[in-house]
Design a protein around this ligand. Sequence first.
Ligand code: UDP
Length: 240
Amino acid sequence: MSTNPRYKRVVLKVSGEALREPGSRDNISPQIVQSIASQIREVKELGVELAIVIGGGNIWRGLSASHRGMNRATADYMGMLATVINGLALMSALEDLGISVRVQTAIEMNNVAEPFILRRATRHLELGHVVIFVAGTGNPFFSTDTTAALRANEIGAEVILKATKVDGIYDRDPMLHKDAVRFDHITYGEALSRRLQVMDSTAFSLCMDNRMPIIVLDMNKPDNIRQAVLGAKVGTTVSD
Ligand code: UDP
């Protein structure tokens, strides 16, 4: 396998859940964050420009709180703040590995992170810094998958790597059906017609309308993210 990356600029979406040790009461496992940071370092060593969008579902999800009676917009702002906590944890672990990081937030909080400024973000990437986008889009009723789709299009990334706990997209739920078949590749149209939940519908249409490829991969397999950046067949690619 060549060590020439297939992509020059990549958005990595890391869900909040990925930072939590299964079964643990702690929302964030420092060990898991460290292992994600080491995977990110390996990708950086390929010379790739890397932006990360971090979720917050390990701490708070606006929609589920609103189902339990909380005002949806307020609950969503709380969710966006949760992504800031996760982003700082990841920043710290990356810095411990000697990686230069800039955190940009969609909700201004100057003591904690830079505001999101597109041109500044792309300049950071050109200079080799990892950029972590936190606070989602800054708007309630959206998700961090939508943030990944939005930021990837804004910064001109070539692909979104959606790091999950499953190794791709299946025709049926692999937890329920032993004979579920995993796709190596699927078109946006097929994913829609088969009603496969790749991302929420807002995020998915942003990708489809702008022909932004998505690679869904299992981030618990060490080296998977790096392999995807190198162009190896990893997980499921969704594209035209
Ligand atoms: N959120 C939001 N607007 C955004 C991004 C996120 O309101 O642009 C809120 C929403 O409440 C969501 C929470 O932040 O439930 C955490 O984000 P998400 O559920 O996408 O995190 P993940 O599932 O990736 O951990």
